[in-house]
Design a protein around this ligand. Structure first.
Ligand SMILES: NC(=O)C1=CN([C@@H]2O[C@H](COP(=O)(O)OP(=O)(O)OC[C@H]3O[C@@H](n4cnc5c(N)ncnc54)[C@H](OP(=O)(O)O)[C@@H]3O)[C@@H](O)[C@H]2O)C=CC1
Ligand SMILES: O=C(O)CCC(=O)C(=O)O
Length: 489
């Protein structure tokens, strides 16, 4: 089969300030999910020797890096933001070609990456501790914070720019060195971020990237005795394994995992707003966000009106190659993901839910080489069905009908996960019940479940995370340790 080779460059590991060839000599192609014959670039299948070299370089570099003033570390992040902004179009295009989200979404995410870098650059000048009155009037007692050392960063493919940056930027500003293992699916995009960081002039060894299999390089980071902290976003199974490996050797860990995010539509809701937000929150990025809406819980008296408006809106969704203008929804990011979505659609039908929109893989001419699926809606979904309980990570909405807000809240909370949840209502009482009773790390009123603000804490309850929070000032809790200082002259 002829390959449309759009780029035949191999993206190397970045170790101790050098672009390095792996000891394995093996590479694999990163392909476009919109056209599996299009190769975006080649990435290395690295070995534990490569990882060990990266960790050793990071360990050495961190000793000097932590001694710099926070403002000096911040200057590197400001420079990186400027470089990323200059290369925004190129980075965003690589992201779209490599994982499929539409170009406007990819551009928005890349701009968000630059904003995150600037936010954490500013952290270099903010307070880190408290003065605490001692019981000894002649003593000074205060807290300060110290970096962990070398931080391992394991990232998924669904936010190829924002997630690596929202993990690396706080790690760096607080004085850690990093070794990142990006998702294989989006390693070319990650290499471009690392190029931006390199251009910003970070000292050699402070930032390292090693590509390769999760089971080798990701697990190797989790097990490595010189890696003091591991931050991970991805699936629950892998996250739990990483957490256990880190716990076993006393390392700090932070896990962001799945969601089964509900939206409640109350009788008094602005239905147009609720429909708009359900479509955007559930189907943007082809439903591949941990914050994506997947359960739509609607009060019975407005159920039919909501459903009609929703189906009407879905008819206007254009599916296709995210590089093309006018496309609203791209493909699934890879073939496995497409298969997972198809399997859940089949399960939904088998378990007795009614398919009322979409449900088919798109394979007509123009789609045949990509991993495209229609936006899909089920109704008559009951709480025990797989499509109501498990994370699908695809453009599938499950409609559930309830009689009251109390019933809606009970159903919304009947999930293993607790990441994000929304309610659409104009009733202040419903809003307050939702804020108080909804078990989720993010609760949003009259706004979609997806989309987080970089300056606010982000993380989930229950199985969605390791109960830690990322982003905003909350990041300092993971990337530093508190030291309590008692000074007696
Ligand atoms: N919470 C979220 O935002 C995300 C959730 N998911 C969920 O996970 C499902 C599967 O997606 P998938 O890409 O397979 O997610 P994974 O959890 O497998 O991948 C996430 C990251 O972990 C790495 N990894 C894989 N195996 C190991 C391991 N044994 N030890 C350490 N690191 C490892 C991956 O590397 P490599 O790419 O090389 O395999 C990748 O960098 C999705 O359907 C979705 O439900 C997926 C992505 C993001
Ligand atoms: O909704 C967002 O912007 C962030 C989602 C996210 O962190 C994820 O899907 O991993």
């Amino acid at each position: 089969m002829e390959h449309t080779v759009s780029e035949n460059r191999t993206y190397l590991n970045y170790i101790n300030g050098q672009w390095s060839v792996s000891s394995t000599g093996e590479v694999e192609a990163s392909i476009s999910p919109a056209n599996k014959h299009e190769i975006v670039g080649y990435i290395q299948k690295s070995s534990l020797d490569d990882l060990n070299a990266a960790v050793a370089g990071a360990k050495q570099a961190q000793k000097q890096w932590r001694k710099l003033a926070g403002s000096v570390r911040g200057d590197y992040l400001y420079k990186a933001a400027a470089v990323l902004e200059r290369r925004l179009d190129e980075v965003a295009e690589t992201m779209t070609r490599e994982m499929g989200k539409t170009l406007p979404e990819a551009k928005g995410e890349t701009a968000r990456g630059a904003a995150i870098l600037r936010y954490y650059a500013g952290e270099g000048l903010r307070a880190v501790g408290d003065v605490i009155p001692s019981t000894d009037s002649g003593a000074l007692m205060f807290t300060t914070r110290v970096p962990l050392g070398v931080v391992g960063v394991i990232t998924p493919w669904n936010f190829p720019v924002a997630i690596p940056i929202w993990k690396m930027a706080p790690a760096l500003i607080y004085g850690n060195a990093v070794v990142i293992k990006p998702a294989t699916e989006t390693a070319v995009t990650c290499a471009k971020i690392i190029e931006c960081l390199e251009e910003a002039g970070f000292p050699a060894g402070v930032i390292n990237m090693v590509t390769g299999a999760g089971s080798v390089i990701g697990q190797g980071l989790a097990d490595h005795p010189d890696v003091s902290g591991i931050t991970f976003t991805g699936s629950n199974g892998v996250g739990k394994r990483i957490g256990q490996a880190a716990l076993a050797r006393g390392a700090k860990y932070q896990l962001e995992m799945g969601g089964k995010n509900p939206v409640i539509v109350a009788s008094d809701a602005d239905l147009d707003l609720a429909v708009e937000a359900t479509v955007s929150g559930g189907l943007r990025s082809t439903g591949q966000k941990c914050t994506a809406t997947s359960r739509v819980i609607v009060q019975s008296d407005i159920y039919e009106a909501f459903k009609d408006k929703l189906l009407q809106k879905l008819k206007g969704i254009t599916v296709g190659d995210g590089m093309k203008e006018g496309i609203w929804m791209g493909p699934c990011a890879n073939e496995n993901q497409l298969q997972t979505v198809v399997t859940y659609i089949e399960k939904g039908k088998e378990e007795g839910a009614s398919l009322i929109f979409g449900g088919e893989r798109l394979q007509a001419p123009g789609y045949e080489n990509g991993f495209f699926i229609e936006p899909t809606v089920f109704e008559h979904v009951t709480k025990d069905m797989a499509i109501a309980r498990e994370e699908i990570f695809g453009p599938v909405l499950a409609l559930m009908k309830v009689d009251s807000i109390e019933e809606a809240l009970t159903l919304a909370n009947d999930a293993e996960f607790g990441l994000s949840a929304s309610i659409f209502t104009t009733n202040i009482g419903h809003m307050l019940s939702f804020i108080n009773e909804m078990d989720a790390g993010l609760v949003r009123i009259n706004a979609e479940s997806a989309g987080v603000e970089l300056q606010a804490p982000f993380g989930g309850m229950k199985q969605s995370s390791s109960h830690s929070r990322e982003q905003g000032r909350a990041a300092i809790e993971f990337f530093t340790s508190i030291k309590t200082v008692f000074v007696k002259p």
